[in-house]
Design a protein around this ligand. Sequence first.
Ligand SMILES: *Cc1c(COP(=O)(O)O)cnc(C)c1O
Length: 350
Amino acid sequence: MRETDGLIDLRSDTVTKPTPEMRRAMAEAEVGDDVLGDDPTVRQLEELAAARVGKEAALFVPSGIMANLVSLLTLTGRHDEVIVGDQSHIYTSEVGGLSLLGSVFLHVLPNQPDGTIPLERLRGAIRNQVYTPRTRVISLENTHNRCSGAVLPMEYLYAVAEVAKANGVMLHLDGARLFNASVALNVPPEEIAKPFTVVNFCFSKGLGAPVGSIVCGERAFIQEARRTRRMLGGGMRQAGVLASACIVALNTMVERLAEDHALARQLAEGLADISGVQIDPARVQTNIVIFGIDPTTGWDAPRLLERLKAEGILLSLSGTRLRAVTHYGITPRDIDRTLAVLRQILQGRP
Ligand SMILES: *Cc1c(COP(=O)(O)O)cnc(C)c1O
């Protein structure tokens, strides 16, 4: 489906617009005041989402950032710390909100290029002395956005869960793209979610819903999370209009993520053949392609971004590199054109 008249918009999978089926569901959604607990469509979504990831209960929230905040503010208190990777969305892209709002420290450990944090680093970082903050939570990201959409291996998740359990630390998953991981591994989402105390995921990325994320965990935790959401101003009233699109997303948009992954693979392999592009296509496992530009070409990422934009091809920056994200608005021909244009641009000087 062509969403962006003439443009090839690879900036993010958040540019996806609601499908016709979502629009219909939104128009016809049964609604009520969800803050009062009266919205049947939100309740249906929460039950469906909780079941899909094998947790007792769930809470619908406006965004992935609020999902991370609600999850981690509910699990922590003053003097606590959360271990995160230095490439995590929480550390790189959320304005330090957790520390600001919760008096909670971020204990930052380096991510490997595959999105993991080495187990020995995790083990060595956990602390609970009278003179230190207390490590409460380890937060992982799967798929890992800034690590080119890397999928964390299942053995790794279970090994981290062992470390967490042995040290009385809880485990949180920023699963903004949990279903991309599930499809890439061909492992059900509840298997991926199992080792985690709390899991959140987004409907508004590759699943194509206009708005919404969800926090999933034990029933008592979700009751507390409801207070946190209220505090953040994230309680929504007739939110069934939004939740209805998220239900359609869960029911119709998960399996097709494999198509996005195939397009990302096509793009990564094509890029690897272009002189001046720095990429290891083996790193591309899902729908995010991050690549560098050899400075001897005379080009750098920001200038290339502008030049591509002039050709109607939109990418984004990831640090000093370029990022392309595939989604249901992108076709194989779009990828061919992107590769052809890029090849041509890099043959010339800026
Ligand atoms: C997009 C994203 C978020 C935040 O989602 P928003 O809905 O943009 O707030 C959180 N974590 C990861 C890994 C993401 O990719």
